[in-house]
Design a protein around this ligand. Structure first.
Ligand code: G
Ligand code: G
Ligand code: MN
Ligand code: NA
Length: 262
């Protein structure tokens, strides 16, 4: 496969870049942070999304150095935002969300790499949220959870990404070192009409109640309309992300958004 053989040199040549999508507080509309989403500017094929190369990177092991680069670059960016706005904006500190692939979880260097990167950038662990998919943690044993637990103890937030798409045992949530649930886009889609589908409302309401009773915050993904945002706010969701607020974009866009909303 052409893309597979081009991957390692792509990292050396600096062909990867990161777009950032804001995370917005549903209560007051302020920007609280952003999710880092990696892209590949391929010399022949143009911009490729993560779906085109993350599976290849996982298969070849390049995901470890690539993931480390994403972490380093986005934390460096977080530092730049925080310098621009001060550590605390009116809405609190700007935070950065970074996706972790399951292969990174089993890599022994994860905790130390993360500590080193945060220290070098002068960014507090509390500013970082690592997103792990629900499916990556299904049936996870203690060995897999240990690095996440250590990061959580340091103050890093762990978010359960695409929540509701796996078949996790809800009681199992208590065992995981997770502080945020990222509710999958499919639930947000059920809120498109107003009033929303009553079954979807019940499900989201139940998840939010459970999450809050376990001291977990709820972030909703894929918010495309104001009506969705309003219903999700009424249901008690904490933070939202989606095209209604902003598409993933260059880091400079966060400057303007944060200045307007903070
Ligand atoms: O918006 P986008 O098409 O970029 O996101 C598609 C998927 O790619 C998302 O599910 C996201 O979790 C994943 N993704 C984006 N960036 C990264 C990354 O840096 N590492 C990993 N492992 N996954 C990522
Ligand atoms: O990590 P995760 O799979 O959640 O990554 C987010 C994915 O969702 C990315 O592919 C991103 O481009 C996409 N996305 C972000 N906001 C929206 C939205 O409002 N609607 C839709 N359909 N997709 C979105
Ligand atoms: Mn994610
Ligand atoms: Na997701």
């Amino acid at each position: 496969h052409g893309l597979t053989t081009a991957l390692p040199t792509a990292l050396e040549r600096g062909e990867f870049f990161i777009e950032y999508q804001p995370l917005v507080h549903l209560g007051d509309g302020s920007v609280r942070g952003a999710e880092a989403l990696v892209r590949w500017l391929h010399p022949q094929h143009g911009v490729l999304g993560p779906d085109r190369f993350i599976p290849l990177a996982e298969h070849t092991g390049l995901i470890v150095p690539l993931g480390r680069w994403v972490l380093e670059e986005s934390i460096r960016q977080a530092r730049a935002w925080r310098e621009r706005h001060g550590e605390e904006t009116a809405a609190g500190p700007l935070r950065i969300n970074v996706n972790l692939s399951p292969c990174q979880l089993t890599h022994p260097g994860l905790v130390q790499d993360t500590v080193d990167i945060l220290e070098r950038a002068g960014v507090a662990p509390e500013a970082l949220c690592l997103e792990v998919t629900e499916s990556a943690l299904i049936g996870a044993d203690d060995d897999l959870l240990k690095p996440l637990r250590r990061l959580a103890e340091m103050g890093v937030d762990i978010a359960l990404d695409d929540f509701g798409t796996g078949y996790s045992n809800l009681a199992n949530l208590r065992r995981l070192p997770v502080s945020i649930l990222k509710l999958d886009r499919s639930f947000t889609q059920g809120m498109q009409q107003f009033p929303a589908d009553p079954v979807d409302l019940k499900i989201v309401e139940g998840i939010v109640t459970l999450a809050h009773s376990l001291d977990l915050a709820v972030t909703v993904e894929g918010v495309e309309t104001g009506a969705q945002a309003e219903q999700l706010r009424i249901l008690g969701c904490d933070t939202a992300q989606g095209w209604y607020y902003a598409r993933p974009g260059p880091p400079e866009r966060l400057h303007d958004l944060a200045l307007v909303d903070a």
